[in-house]
Design a binder for this molecule. Structure first.
Ligand code: GLV
Ligand code: MN
Ligand code: MN
Length: 424
């Protein structure tokens, strides 16, 4: 990669403190499997939030929680002349997928906290505020990217009231139990220009940086994402008395769809991916032939048109499987999330920061969804990736070398300082 011409900052993060924070936070919600059980608004999420508030208080930082549970941390020592200016945000999330890893989200939050702490304790005067942000429910216990969606576009009361968690609980009830209210959740949408720029440090969650032996990924953009439920409808009957040729077994069609999906993705492109992470049959008894089967599909592709082709391919193959087995099929797909290019100016700042610190970097797209894709709709936004060991993520084995954590946090520090010093 070519030289982008910015020298290294003299300020660095305190790696020992960052790692110690990380080791403490990863204990909260830790399961016997070694993975994390820290779904948003669960008791473990509440404990993690309390722990985080304590770390902010120890550092003399001020914390605010908005109406949907996003957390914003600021330095109270800010020059009154700049206190009212749109801030630079750095952050990520602390909730986890079921049995998830410790790095997906917490890395970006704790590194942002460390950056703010260093700026605060050194009394560095910037031209606009820097804030550390935790976005609520990134992993979609209730709704994928809930907190940043509320900031970027807002929800209607009906949308909030229809959200159901992975445990079958209603968002509004669980949210009320942790002190939230729908009224407040409706009012968090940011006005245009309210945030100057946002940056998120994150693990790559894939193998590319490790394979390329590079320390920093400058995210070019986040892929388009579609999803929903395919429901096959057959007929519930007795498992012992109904001859095979007379059955309308919805689970057989679901199985056929799972087998067919890799070819559907391959027909679209090499980067197209489809996942069925939840499969449910009803009525759900060992001695009843399933009368319905629901297959959730999560599908992603860097290009919006190719994503449409992927959705059309899933529908086509489902219809043909339903016809083959004499069933009907219904689709409940959400509005796809458009691909989200990262801001060119911030990409240049990140790559310059990597070079300034002597780190090898390259540009790469993100196959995972991130709050940054929402924030990019309302502010210039960039993302920094660090390598994931073995490319593993969303599993207990998710891991990143401490040296890479430190490098990523220093690049984040240089980037936020740059963004808070100059106009883009
Ligand atoms: C979040 O991790 C996602 O990509 O779904
Ligand atoms: Mn994740
Ligand atoms: Mn994440």
């Amino acid at each position: 990669m070519g030289q982008t011409g910015e020298s290294a900052s003299s300020l660095s993060i305190n790696a020992e403190r960052l790692i110690s924070d990380f080791e403490e936070l990863r204990q909260i919600g830790r399961l016997p499997t070694g993975g994390l059980g820290r779904a948003s608004f669960s008791p473990a999420d509440g404990e993690a939030r309390e722990w985080f508030f304590g770390r902010c208080a120890d550092a003399g930082l001020t914390v605010r929680t908005d109406g949907i549970g996003n957390i914003m941390v600021s330095s109270p020592a800010i020059d009154p002349a700049i206190a009212g200016l749109a801030p630079v945000w750095a952050g990520s999330h602390i909730d986890a997928v079921p049995n998830g890893g410790a790095f997906d989200g917490p890395l970006g939050v704790l590194a942002a906290l460390e950056c703010l702490r260093r700026i605060h304790e050194e009394g560095i005067q910037l031209e606009r505020p820097v804030q550390c942000v935790i976005y609520a429910d990134e992993e979609g216990n209730y709704s994928h990217l809930l907190g940043s969606s509320a900031l970027a576009r807002g929800f209607t009361r009906e949308e909030l009231e229809s959200m159901t968690g992975r445990d079958g609980d209603q968002f509004v009830e669980t949210f009320a139990a942790v002190g939230g209210s729908v009224e407040d959740a409706l009012g968090v949408t940011l006005a245009p220009g309210a945030v100057h720029a946002t940056v998120e440090l994150h693990i790559e969650q894939g193998p590319l940086l490790e394979q390329r032996n590079e320390q920093i990924g400058v995210v070019s953009g986040i892929v388009a994402l579609g999803g929903g439920v395919v429901t096959f409808l057959g007929r519930a009957d007795h498992a012992g008395t109904t001859p095979m040729r007379l059955r309308k077994d919805a689970s057989i069609a679901a199985g056929a769809l799972l087998v067919a999906l890799p070819a559907v993705a391959a027909a679209v492109s090499e980067r197209a991916v489809v996942t069925s992470g939840i499969i449910a049959v009803e009525p759900g008894a060992s001695n009843v032939i399933p009368g319905s089967a629901q297959v959730t599909v999560d599908f992603r592709e860097p290009d919006a048109e190719a994503l449409e082709a992927l959705e059309a391919g899933i529908i086509r193959v489902s219809e043909s499987i339903a016809a083959e087995y004499g069933l009907t099929v219904e689709f409940d797909f959400g509005v796809p999330i458009a691909p989200s290019p990262m801001d060119e100016g911030i990409r240049a700042i990140i790559s310059a920061a990597a070079e300034g610190r002597g780190l090898a970097w390259s540009a790469l797209p993100s196959g995972a969804g991130h709050d940054s894709q929402n924030m990019a709709t309302i502010a210039p936004t960039g993302m920094i990736f660090v390598p994931s060991i073995g490319g593993r993520s969303h599993c207990p084995e998710e891991n990143t070398a401490w040296a890479d954590v430190e490098n990523g946090a220093n690049v984040l520090l240089d980037t936020v300082i740059h963004l808070a010093r100059r106009s883009l």
